[in-house]
Design a protein around this ligand. Structure first.
Ligand SMILES: [Zn+2]
Ligand SMILES: [Zn+2]
Length: 406
């Protein structure tokens, strides 16, 4: 061994030994492991520092959600207290619930395009959240389409109509303020146009190339930090130009056409068209990131498994050698100007929604919709069963509530 390499070796060894001694010094048979030494994020357990951005992947997979990966959804939490959801793809709602965040704090949603894997859980998040104590209107930003019937406003008008029965069952029965929708449709072809500017947070949209006219990507800037979210797009000039300077740049990174053929049974033509002309292959993703040069590049939108991740990474590495994460659901990034820390979350599967943050208003019973005489004729009232249930509550809370069906 040459003298220089021996010295380097011993210097490295000494540094490792010193680190181990330091870590051992923080261990105790009665104290917990310090948070700074844990590689796991427990949602709801950590303060967000005033200058910190926390990003949580809540859907990183494909249109057919699976236990390991829901479809597209990303949560951005800021140290000023603001929280933003980008896309609400199929299956993501339960991952949102796992964050233990009251629904009133999750009132700002940005939809990049109207594919079901980017908005499929919007109805459950909207109405499920309303039933589970949201008392603040849900605000939704989304692009126009090439014509009005392909725009966000039209889609959400129809969503409201589609759920007329659900809404009817709540009318006059609960405080429905959280069911109000505030829809902000913006032009899909705006280039780096501001679509949101509140509380020191600016969000811009840029056009994307995906599916039809009416797909966009988003850029969020706050406190000197820049988050870019591609939704779906093939490589395009707007992303490359305007994502520059990003602390975190998220862009789709689809399965390579070879795996679309072998794992998903696509025909070669279909695999090439879907995998490179409708979506972005790993090699294209890498090239985009080489041009953008973010502090951290994040690829998503593929079934990320032990046998696909190495192949996707190998191909992305053909065209990009910078910092890279290939996202999984529940991956978390804590971003400050000096550091980006990445962890996986440990989830409490028995999480309950938060109690309401505001006082609930009494429902407006004039809006309630009555059953027909026919349906009422089928009720078995069970007074001997109901009386003790109502007595228990009335005695405990000093109320005088009676059953509707007697
Ligand atoms: Zn799409
Ligand atoms: Zn998609």
């Amino acid at each position: 061994m040459k003298l220089k390499s021996s010295l380097t070796f011993f210097a490295g060894f000494a540094a490792c030994a010193a680190l181990l001694v330091l870590l051992a010094a923080t261990r105790s048979p009665t104290k917990g492991v310090p948070e700074s030494e844990q590689d796991v994020y427990y949602p709801g357990s950590e303060d967000l520092k005033p200058d910190e951005m926390r990003i949580v992947a809540l859907g990183t997979g494909m249109p057919s959600a699976r236990p390991k990966q829901a479809a597209a959804c990303w949560l951005v939490e800021l140290g000023n207290g603001d929280k933003f959801l980008f896309d609400l793809g199929s299956g993501c709602h339960e991952r949102i619930a796992a964050q233990k965040i009251p629904y009133d704090y999750l009132d700002k949603v940005f939809i990049g395009h109207l594919h079901v894997d980017h908005m499929g859980d919007l109805p459950t998040f909207w109405l499920g959240g309303t039933v589970m104590n949201r008392l603040t209107p849900l605000r939704i930003w989304g692009p126009s389409g090439g014509t009005p019937e392909y725009g966000t406003k039209h889609a959400l008008d129809l969503m409201k109509k589609m759920y007329a029965w659900d809404i009817g069952t709540r009318s006059g029965v609960i405080d429905f303020r959280g069911g109000e929708l505030e829809v902000h449709e913006f032009p899909f072809d705006g280039v780096n146009k501001v679509i949101y500017d509140e509380n020191g947070v600016v969000i811009r949209s840029i056009p994307a190339v995906h599916g039809l006219d009416g797909a966009v990507s988003f850029i969020l800037e706050w406190n000197g930090l820049k988050f870019v979210y591609g939704s779906d797009t093939i490589p395009n000039k707007w992303y490359v130009e305007h994502a520059k300077g990003a602390d975190i740049a998220i862009h789709e990174c689809f399965l390579p056409p070879t795996l679309l053929v072998t794992k998903q049974g696509f025909a070669p033509m279909e695999a090439l068209m879907v995998g490179t002309q409708g979506h972005t292959s790993p090699e294209q993703f890498g090239k985009v990131m080489s041009l953008v040069k973010p502090r951290l590049a994040v690829g998503y939108h593929f079934y990320n498994d032990f046998d696909t991740e190495p192949e996707v990474r190998r191909r992305a590495r053909k065209t990009y050698d910078g910092p890279l994460d290939l996202a999984l659901d529940y991956m978390v990034w804590n971003v400050t100007k000096n550091d980006i820390r990445v962890r996986m979350s440990a989830i409490d599967e028995e999480v309950w929604p938060s109690p309401p943050l505001k006082k609930k208003n009494a429902p407006d019973t004039s809006k309630s919709i009555a059953f027909s005489k026919f349906t009422i004729s089928g009720v078995i009232a069970m007074p001997e069963v109901m009386e003790p249930i109502f007595d228990e509550i009335n005695e405990k809370y000093g109320t005088n509530i009676e059953p509707i069906f007697k």
